[in-house]
Design a protein around this ligand. Structure first.
Ligand code: HEM
Length: 312
């Protein structure tokens, strides 16, 4: 397209500003003095590259901090796409599949890059700098929890022991207290919530309850069920849904588990997680059985969830 200042272009600019009660001439005058944009201002590299602050003098702590930040950026990209599916007025199968493929690519990247944690830090350094992190844990990643709330019906995130007591009429607060991850934040002798979860809740609980409510009918599974029945059988869409479920709840979880195991067991003694959970049992998909779209798996596949026998 030839770029020129045509009367048509000037008219469009005038119309645009008139519609919001603004004078187009003032805005055009402003352009005379506007700074030209450059890469570093646009991408905000100075801000971004100043966010890596170590708590120790150990160089590998930088790997740990930066890889977590990369995860948080990708979680944000994932939520960005889910949000568009959730709020799309005229959802089509092609659009849904395209968005899910994007989301899966981001999660594939997270799962496939976990060796940066597993292989990329000296164990001796990790075992030293981790003492400065207690009681913090990736468990307290709010975006990770948001991804879960936005992906599936709440019932699929409830601890299996309490599912029979919870339905769509249960108050959100009650459902919240029975989410599967509450199990990692309890002192098993006293039943009290650990510091890890108390601090987390103080900061995020209200936000979580709002998300639970908002996505009750807008999460990925709910939106899938709102498609015409024929579309719910579309092989590409079903494949994309299953791939996403498997990547988040098995591939990523196992990559994370193997990295955690390597470091936490390195001393040869029973190892405690910085967040204080019974991590070995808690983190395994076989035990946790978190599944976003259980209806898309056969009985046999569900039985084998988290085992070698399950190949999607
Ligand atoms: C060497 C590196 C890592 C170790 C040793 C590790 C260890 C752990 C452990 C033991 C837990 C269980 C809760 C607790 O008691 O703390 C946990 C939970 C968690 N971590 Fe990590 N982690 C590592 C890296 C990461 C990274 C890079 C992320 C990315 C954000 C992450 C995100 C999470 C999340 C989301 C949970 C909660 C999972 C759930 O509730 O099922 N972790 N981690």
């Amino acid at each position: 397209m030839k770029q020129e200042i045509s009367p048509d272009l000037l008219n469009k600019i005038e119309e645009k500003y008139k519609a919001i009660g603004q004078n187009a001439a003032v805005h055009l005058e402003g352009l005379v003095y506007a700074k030209p944009i450059n890469y570093w201002d646009y991408i905000q590299t100075d801000v971004l590259l100043n966010l890596q602050v170590q708590r120790t003098t150990l160089p590998d702590e930088m790997v740990f901090i930066m890889y977590h930040q990369i995860n948080e950026l990708l979680f944000k990209m994932i939520l960005w796409e889910i949000n568009q599916v959730s709020h799309c007025e005229h959802l089509t199968t092609a659009y849904f599949t395209e968005k899910l493929s994007r989301i899966s690519r981001y999660f594939d990247m997270l799962a496939n890059s976990f060796s940066i944690m597993a292989e990329g830090m000296e164990v001796e350094q990790y075992m030293k700098f981790r003492n400065n992190l207690t009681p913090a844990s990736g468990f307290q990643s709010a975006q990770y929890r948001q991804v879960e709330f936005c992906s599936t019906d709440l019932i699929n995130l409830i601890d299996y022991r309490f599912r029979a007591t919870i339905d769509r009429n249960t108050p959100y607060e009650h459902a919240y207290n029975h989410l599967y991850w509450q199990a990692a934040g309890k002192n098993h002798e006293t039943g009290e919530k650990t510091t890890l979860i108390q601090i987390f809740e103080k900061r995020y609980k209200d936000e979580f309850i709002r998300t639970m409510e908002e996505y009750n009918t807008k999460n990925l599974w709910a939106r899938f069920r709102q498609l015409p029945e024929k579309d719910q059988k579309n092989p590409d869409l079903v494949h994309a849904m299953r791939h996403y479920d498997y990547t988040v709840n098995i591939t990523w979880v196992m990559a994370h588990f193997h990295a955690a195991k390597k470091y936490l067991e390195s001393s040869g003694e029973p190892a405690e997680a910085t967040g204080g959970s019974e991590w070995k049992k808690y983190m395994l998909p076989q035990y946790q059985r978190r599944i976003f779209f259980p209806e898309l798996w056969t009985e046999e596949e569900l039985k084998n969830w988290g085992t070698e026998a399950l190949k999607p």
